[in-house]
Structure formats: C-alpha cells, structure tokens
Design a protein around this ligand. Structure first.
Ligand SMILES: [Zn+2]
Length: 653
C-alpha cells in the first residue's frame, strides 16, 4: 500500500524502454498448474465491443482435488458442543495471530490451510447487491481432526452508510448442509478456548492489555473499528466488545486430519468497507456503476468470507456474473467473458467474467472490482500478460495522462527485476478507479489506484510489491514494514534512475556515480529525521500507526539502503533474489529475512554477524525516545551519514 503523496506524475513517459531489457530464462508461463487452454494473446475488452467469446471450461485444467473426506463416523460426536470433540477431534483455532498480539488479533483461522478459492459472484451492479446464487467455494486441507472451524466474515458494520449489510443463507461442507453461527473472537492464546464465557476476553483495544472500563488485564481480542482517523479517536473504542465476525461452521461429521474438504458459503446483500484501527476504510467501495476493491489490511472480509490472514494463500478462480455492460477486474489471467440472456435476476441480461490465478494470493491482495471500465490486454515478448484498466467515467484527458504512465508498466517491471529477480507471475496489471480512498494498493497482478489518477513513483512502489508482499508475503500483520520498506526502496531507485539518466545514463561513470549519490542523499535525508520519527519500532506498531510513513515506510526503506552499503550492491541483489526463490509463493518471518541477508554478509566473522543482528534490532525492533540524534539507530553503512558498520580494518572488532 502507499499513502504517500503523489509527486512524480509530471515525469510520466520520460524514460523509453531500456535497451537492456531483462530476460527471464527460468520463467515458464502458467507453470504452477496446467495444462490450461490459452486465449488469443492480443485482445481487447471494451464494453462497447460486446462480442461473445469462447467460454473456457475451468474444470478442465488444474485444481482437481483428491481426498475430499470426513472423519470416520466412529469419531463423530453427534449432539456434542461444537468446540469439543472425541477421539482427538477438536475445534480449529479462531485466530492466527500470536498470543498477546494487539494488531488485528481477531483475524485468521486454524486447524486447516487454504488451498483454493472459487469466487462465484452474482452481483447487481446497479443496486450494489449480491443476489441469490452468490457464493464462495473454499477448498481447505485439515491440519487436525476438526469438529468445527471458522472463517472471517463481516456481515454488518458500525459504519451504517458504507459498511456491509449481508446475510448468509447456507453453508455446506463436502456438499452436506453444515450448521453455522457468528461468534465474537477471544484474545489469541486464551486458555479457556475460543468460546471463553468471560466478556473481558472479547474486548477491542489498540494496546495490550485491553484496559477497558474495568482495567481489563487481558490482551485485546480485536482491533477497534474506528469511525474517525483523528488522533483523539485512537483509544475511543478500547474496552468495547468485539463484533461477531467469526463465522463458525460445524460440519455434519468431524473432518479427519489431512483431508481436503470443500466449504460452500451462500450469501447475499450489500458488500461494504471495513473501518480499520486507524480510522481508514478498506474493502468494497460503492461506485455509481459497481464496486471498487482495495482491502489492506483486513477489508476483504467485508465482501467475502475467507481465512483473512496474510499467511493463508490459496490460489483463486473468479467466475463473476454481473449486470450486462459491466467489466470485472480481478487477479491473474482473464480466461473468458460470457454474455448471458436476460433472466429473473438480470432482466437486462448479464455477463460472466472468468479470471484465474494459479499463483497463491494472500488475504489482503484479492482484487475483484466491477464497473464500466476500459480494459485492454497485451502479451509482452517474454510472455507476461499486461492489463490496463480505467473507469470509463474518468475524463478523456485524464485517461490519456494516466495511460502514458500505465504504458510504462513493462519497463518498470523489467527495471525492478534487475534488482530483485525475474517477475514472479504470469500477468501484471494496473487499474485506476474513481473513489477517493486515500491510498493505492498492490493487489496481486492488478495494482489499483484510487481517485482517478496514477503517478509514476507510486507505480514503482506498488509494482515492487509484486515481489515483496505479494510473491514473498508477510508472516503476520506485524511484518508489514518488511514489504513497505522494499517498496520505498523502489521509489528511491526511481529517483536515482532519473539522476543517472540526467548525468549520462547507466553506461557512463558519471551516470553511475549520480545513481549512487542519489541513494546516499535519500538515506541521509531520512536519517536526519527528528521529533517522533524513531519512536515506534517498525516490527511493533499498533493499528493506529501501522501505516505511518516513519515506522512502516521510510525507516525500513532507509535500513535496506544501509544494508545495501553493508553487503555491497552485488551481494544485496543476490540476497533479494535468493529470498524470492526460497520464499516465493509463501511468507517470510523476520528471523528468516534477517538470516537471508546475513548469509550475504561479505565478512563472515562472529563479530560481524553479531553486529548485523544489532543493526536489525536497532532499525526494525527498537522504539527510541523522541528527538533523533543519539536516539536513533547508530549503525548505518559505509559511505552513509553515521558511524557506519565496519571498523577501520574492515572487520567488526
Ligand atoms: Zn506499499
């Protein structure tokens, strides 16, 4: 995500495609599953040209799942409470946050992993309503014998105007009706279990302990849904009861350990936005012709039920039937568009858009916007599919300005891949919508910009996330800084690239010197920061400051630049590419990230490794008193302001 002010819009189109285009020898189109039918490589989807296209039968490729299974009937315990079981069967955990976490502790669900999700939306875009037949089909794999399990789903919100208002009609597990209910979360680590009868175990708070009206000593069970982003609102909902957004599903029989099982949730009503712990809103934004989806950190649950934690990364199919004349923009590759005759629900006809992502997608990166859009597609010479979309209501002049920047997508992708390795996905896309959300986002393979405009620097930022955050995901919401820092590095690279071009280009000594000087200057500018800049540890924010520039963006960004100086630019790039290879498609923890960089430390002595650990503690994990100066990280890197890293002799003694 980026909440940075757009400042480079005027520079769009300044840089022609480099002659040093990166090639991707290891890239195989659609290699994760297959074989899938191909659609024509050069095609255009304009709603004006509503020619029916060939329908691809999605069931014909990939995702054939074996082993759908229940536990043997002997292990079932009919009539028992749904949070206890027999024969080692029990309820799945109702959070994936660490015990004591105060950063969205309510999200995530255990006892299973998320394998694949089919979003089967039936959506009236004129009334912004999910109609009968609207459902998600979640293929999951049990990691224990399960008597019941949960999903995250926000049917209703305290934001009456823009929040969701939905209802679940039915749930089936492996085709059989299942019982379901909505429950409040309990705090992560609650020894009394997810249905702890103590109301104090279910309080919202920014901080740990929850505090609350009776000085509740327990950790919070959820992050407050603030209706205002004013600082005075920060603690206004601490101690209030958490909403019942856990959809607890009890199958007819327990599900045996390691079995794949299919959960179908039918629901209808109005999707909406989730009010975050910083007063921001994310989720499904109403537009005059449909909806605009932008969801970090947990807004996806305001339009669909899911395992809403960043480590849950199923693959996705979208088969969205919407009002005729509307376009759906989702993740992955567009497989087909089918025009349907009028029926009871769509008297004017409907259209079904089928998108597919064979790459796994984290909970907050699922894109599914609907409206009157201009959408085009082309295939680059290396096989990557590029999508460009804009809301048709944006003025022609603005669309033209936006397009000049959007057309740089391949160049930006290839430039960033020089640092961070081959582009990891089969497609890439960018979409500009109209709502004034106040941020832009790295939805996987479909970057979204709000407020009808795009700017180049933020485009670099969101595109860098395709590697950092999307392909290599965060292991918890506390790790947001790791991928935002890398996205800030890409903005710094963009500024350095401009300086390099001005000084003679990448082949000239002057150009190369200007590139390096620009990075040093950008580091020094951040390192000079005073006031409260260093007072929040990037790895331990609360929800209110999770997306603050200082702790989540600029400080980790500067840390990576210092790390590049410590490791040397070649080793730094090697480290980035190795992390992509090792953790791509999954997630990374902070110790794993730090170990991966330590591997590329050029001086592999015990003292230098210890100093690097100290460097990470200072930059990522320390909350300093206000002021800066001595109250900020003291270890920097060679050539930067500050004491540097190595001793005079080149070691770390
Ligand atoms: Zn970002």
């Amino acid at each position: 995500m980026s909440v940075l002010a757009p400042v480079h819009a005027e520079l769009g189109g300044m840089f022609p495609v480099s002659g040093e285009t990166a090639r991707f020898p290891h890239f195989a189109f659609g290699s994760r599953v297959g074989p899938c039918p191909r659609i024509p490589s050069e095609s255009e989807y304009e709603m004006a040209a509503s020619k029916p296209r060939t329908v691809i039968v999605l069931a014909a490729c990939g995702f054939l799942l074996a082993g759908l299974g229940y536990a043997s009937p002997s292990s079932a315990s009919p009539g028992s409470s749904d949070s206890t079981g027999t024969d080692g069967c029990s309820a799945g955990a109702r959070t994936l946050a660490q015990p004591g976490s105060h950063l969205y502790p309510e999200v995530g669900n255990g006892g299973y992993t998320s394998v694949h999700t089919l979003v089967h939306m039936v959506y009236d875009a004129d009334t912004n309503t999910f109609l009968t037949g609207n459902q998600v089909v979640l293929t999951q794999r049990a990691t224990q014998c399960l008597t019941n399990f949960s999903l995250d789903f926000e049917r209703r919100s305290n934001n009456a105007a823009e929040g969701p208002n939905m209802a679940v009609q039915s749930v089936t597990v492996n085709g059989r009706a299942a019982r379901f209910r909505f429950a409040q979360p309990a705090y992560p680590g609650d020894a009394n279990g997810p249905d702890d009868p103590n109301p104090a175990a279910r309080e919202a708070s920014q901080t740990n302990p929850a505090g609350g009206p009776d000085h509740n000593p327990l950790p919070p069970a959820c992050t407050p849904q603030l209706l205002s982003d004013k600082a005075s609102a920060r603690h206004s909902l601490n101690g209030t009861q958490c909403p019942a957004n856990k959809l607890v599903i009890t199958p007819a029989q327990p599900i045996r350990d390691r079995a794949n099982f299919e959960v179908k949730v039918n629901y209808t009503g109005r999707p909406g936005v989730h009010n975050d712990g910083d007063g921001g809103r994310e989720g499904w934004w109403r537009t005059p012709n449909g909806g605009f989806v932008i969801t970090e950190p947990i807004g996806t649950q305001a339009w669909m039920p899911l395992n809403n934690y960043p480590t849950a990364k199923p693959t996705y199919d979208f088969s969205d039937t919407v009002t005729a004349g509307r376009t759906v923009v989702a993740n992955g590759v567009l497989g087909s568009v089918r025009h349907n005759r009028p029926d009871n629900q769509f008297p004017g006809g409907s259209v079904t858009w089928n998108w597919r992502s064979t790459a796994p997608i984290a909970s907050y990166l699922v894109e599914n916007s609907v409206g009157k859009f201009h959408l085009t597609e082309r295939t680059a010479d290396n096989g990557t599919r590029y999508y460009v979309g804009q809301d048709a209501s944006i003025s022609a002049e603005r669309q033209k300005e936006n397009l000049a920047i959007m057309n740089e997508h391949q160049d930006i992708t290839e430039y960033e891949s020089l640092f961070t390795g081959a582009y990891p996905f089969a497609s890439n896309g960018v979409f500009v919508g109209t709502p004034k959300v106040g941020d832009q986002m790295e939805m996987q393979t479909m970057i979204v910009f709000d407020n009808s405009r795009i700017d180049t620097s933020t485009f670099y930022h969101e595109n860098m996330h395709q590697w950092w955050g999307d392909n290599v995901g965060e292991s918890s919401i506390e790790m947001t800084f790791f991928k935002e820092g890398m996205a800030v590095v890409s903005e710094m690279l963009f500024a350095a690239r401009k300086a390099e071009a001005k000084a003679g280009g990448p082949q000239s000594k002057k150009g190369q010197a200007a590139f390096q000087a620009s990075l040093v200057k950008q580091f020094d500018r951040i390192y000079r920061s005073k006031g409260k800049f260093w007072t929040v540890a990037p790895s331990n924010p609360d929800a209110f400051n999770l997306f603050d520039d200082s702790n989540t963006y600029n400080r980790p960004g500067a840390a990576y630049i210092a790390l590049r100086q410590i490791l040397g630019s070649t080793n730094f790039t090697q480290a980035l590419q190795q992390i992509q290879r090792a953790y791509g498609g999954g997630t990374i923890t902070e110790p794993q990230l730090e170990a991966a960089f330590a591997h590329w430390l050029p001086v592999q002595t015990g003292t230098c490794r210890a100093r690097l650990s100290q460097f990470f503690r200072q930059w990522f994990d320390t909350a300093y008193p206000a002021g800066g100066g001595k109250d900020r990280p003291q270890l920097t890197g060679p050539g930067l302001t500050g004491p540097g890293f190595y001793s005079a002799g080149g070691g770390c003694a």
